[in-house]
Design a protein around this ligand. Structure first.
Ligand SMILES: Cc1ncc(COP(=O)(O)O)c(C=O)c1O
Length: 338
């Protein structure tokens, strides 16, 4: 029995686990399952709300009236934080990387609709964003308010509980469906989902390996980040977890040109999966990871999914991030009489 820290009921859980019938048929011997965390809510859809259930509980326990967080202009995490803050009657202050765009679209539009305050920090100064966030936190204190600073992606010792709890859900999903998946696949950006899954699989005895496809940085960066967050979690909650023996597997090679920029193959995968299965991936996170997973399956014995009979892709959301990329999709092959 795991004793969880205080948690708010903010996500629509449990999310469904479904088998992709048509796509699985293309890979004889492999069943591709999807854990639908894009369905954790509507406005708060995606993986972040799982972490934020614990983080907002901490904010309320500390009597905070404000939350400060940070991310890209199209950050799903910032959007989820802004929406949840509005829902809980708190103020959200978002530190966004880059310049304010001329048009408010996708996640950024929802940030504004939910009343979040936004401040922009240039790419060149972004390395100072945590210092800026902490200074802002002190500034709120000076004004008689109380603010919680949430690090990028909600990936810290508290947020880690989100995907630990998701593993408890997955264990029940696997039992219900009578499956023993070989791998759990997810996109990794700030490492919190990956860390939670890695710890959760141990705590709940899931046999599946956790394979994370990076959408920024590299495997060495994620190795350090995951170990640091898991160590902090271990110390904070006195869990006695064996961090040294943690196997962190980050699959490189599918980031494309960089964070937020995708190759045409990713857009083709997004359109293909939407047509074939009615599931929408995004070009920043899930599209890259899913496209990477399919490539690895196609490699067969030479890929990281060699011998896998069942794989579970954790769909971590990101739908609102599709809209700002609408020009990248190629519909020129479509014809009316198709
Ligand atoms: C849609 C989506 N998928 C995956 C991720 C990666 O999760 P994490 O930041 O926990 O690595 C993020 C956020 O960064 C996201 O918004």
């Amino acid at each position: 029995m795991i004793e969880y820290p205080p948690r708010l009921d903010l996500a629509r859980l449990p999310t469904p686990l479904t088998r992709l019938e048509r796509l699985s048929a293309e890979f004889p011997g492999v069943d591709i399952w999807v854990k639908h965390d894009e369905m954790t809510g509507t406005e708060v859809s995606g993986n972040k709300v799982r972490k934020l259930e614990f983080i907002f509980a901490e904010a309320l326990a500390r009597d905070c009236d404000t939350v400060i967080t940070c991310g890209g202009v199209q950050s799903n995490h910032c959007r989820a934080t802004a929406v949840l803050a509005a829902r809980l009657g708190l103020k959200a202050h978002l530190l966004l990387r880059g310049e304010r765009p001329a048009e408010l679209s996708g996640n950024l539009l929802l940030d504004h609709l939910s009343g979040a305050e936004t401040s922009y920090i240039s790419q060149a100064d972004w390395h100072t964003h945590e210092d800026y966030g902490r200074e802002l936190q002190r500034e709120y204190e000076r004004r008689g308010r109380r603010a919680l600073f949430i690090p990028i992606g909600g990936s810290d010792a508290i947020g880690l509980w989100g995907y630990i709890a998701a593993c408890e859900e997955l264990r029940a999903d696997f039992e219900r469906n009578g499956i023993e998946p070989d791998a759990i696949v997810a996109a990794t950006g700030s490492g919190g989902t990956q860390s939670g899954l890695l710890v959760g699989r141990e705590l709940f005895g899931l046999g599946a390996r956790v394979l994370a496809f990076n959408v920024c940085d590299d495997a060495a960066w994620f190795d350090r980040k995951v170990r640091r967050d898991v160590t902090n979690w271990n110390e904070r909650y006195e869990m006695g977890f064996d961090v040294d023996n943690l196997q962190v597997t980050t699959i490189e090679g599918y980031m494309g040109p960089g964070y937020g920029v995708a190759d045409p193959e990713v857009y083709r995968t997004i359109a293909g999966v939407a047509r074939q299965e009615g599931i929408f991936l995004d070009p920043v996170y899930t599209g890259k990871a899913f496209s990477g997973m399919l490539s690895e399956l196609r490699k067969g014995a030479g890929g990281c999914l060699a011998g896998a009979g069942a794989v579970v892709f954790v769909h971590t959301g990101g739908l609102f991030g599709v809209f700002p990329h609408h020009r990248q999709f190629d519909f020129s092959q479509d014809s009316e009489d198709e």
